[in-house]
Design a protein around this ligand. Structure first.
Ligand code: ZN
Length: 220
């Protein structure tokens, strides 16, 4: 069996948990990670990802994809757009970069095939209602088929967090023995603060609510 695995790693809570999930499932020697520099406001997340990989003994490659920033104006890439503090009711948040996960997975697939890797791992999640259509399960399954056809290759895209709540994602990190690493070394905050974050942006609220729920599940 070909266990070679590529994790799409942004340096946030979800993708970092996926990295350790992949190491646990496929073995460290089979795992590498890839990240994308698309002109995001917080380059720090790539530094977080790089540091996490270094400590885990996993190779990390960063691909430059500035074109995403040229195509799309949004609060994650443009410093002149304020991040919404609450998620809007009917529309996706203004941190949405249309099609970003589709592009990232496609780029990751091209890189993976070049390196003889068949397994791709991404931290997308349908349960947290972020409203990103290219994070949904149906889309990932569709893209998997499309990529296999496009590159005549048998990719297998894993989404270990797809049906987990944020509390369950913390639980998974804990089971994998990396709760402290995920809590302290990742960058999820839209305002660029590592670990606990600003506490005010939608990503921080989601993250800390999940953490509290997980602690309650454990009666802590
Ligand atoms: Zn924040």
């Amino acid at each position: 069996m070909n266990n070679k695995t590529l994790v799409v790693l942004s340096g946030g809570q979800d993708s970092t948990t996926c990295l350790f999930w992949a190491i646990d499932k496929f073995g460290k020697e089979n795992v590498s990670a890839i990240g994308f520099d698309y002109g995001q406001r917080h380059k720090l997340e790539l530094e977080c990802a790089s540091e996490i990989c270094k400590n885990a003994g996993v190779e990390y490659t960063v691909i430059n994809t500035p074109i995403i920033n040229e195509l799309s104006a949004n609060a994650l890439t443009r410093s002149d757009i304020e991040v919404d503090t609450e998620k809007p009711e009917d529309t996706p948040p203004n941190t949405l970069v249309e099609g970003r996960n589709m592009l990232f997975l496609t780029y990751a697939g091209i890189y993976a095939k070049t390196h003889g890797i068949k397994n791709l791992v991404t931290g997308v999640c349908e349960t947290d209602f972020s409203g990103y259509p290219d994070c949904r399960d149906i889309f990932i399954k569709s893209l998997n088929v499309t990529m296999n056809l496009a590159m005549d290759y048998n990719f297998c895209i894993y989404t270990p967090l797809m049906w987990l709540t944020k509390a369950e994602t913390w639980e998974l990190a804990d089971k994998l023995g990396v709760l402290d690493t995920v809590y302290n070394k990742t960058l999820t905050c839209y305002n660029g603060i590592i670990g606990e974050g600003c506490g005010n942006c939608p990503a921080c609220k989601l993250r800390s609510r999940g953490y509290r729920e997980y602690k309650l599940m454990n009666n802590e």
